[in-house]
Design a protein around this ligand. Sequence first.
Ligand SMILES: [Zn+2]
Ligand SMILES: [Zn+2]
Length: 114
Amino acid sequence: MSPTETDQICAVEGCERPMSYTFISTCTGHYRRYERALDEWMEDNDRTEAPTRVKNRILGEVYASGPLRRRLKPNARMCAEKGCKERAVKRGYCNPHYSRRYRDNTLPEVPRTP
Ligand SMILES: [Zn+2]
Ligand SMILES: [Zn+2]
């Protein structure tokens, strides 16, 4: 049992926000999306459909709707270290990887511009 086990992220594919609503396993943003869709259904529908089925259907739509606004600009450079998802800040690496490579002296050569 590690304390990070509760540190889950949103169940929506591609969303990396922390899970805030465990009953639907989503972050706050995706919960809002779900809630809004549910509200719309309440207003528009003739309610012949069973509410539990509607909830499941809407939840399915939310899961399929993909991530919310991207946190990073699409062209933001990512750390060049394999498997690292941090943003590159120095020489194409994130801070921890830059520091490690600096210490190990394994930073790539930077071509000099004349
Ligand atoms: Zn989410
Ligand atoms: Zn990195």
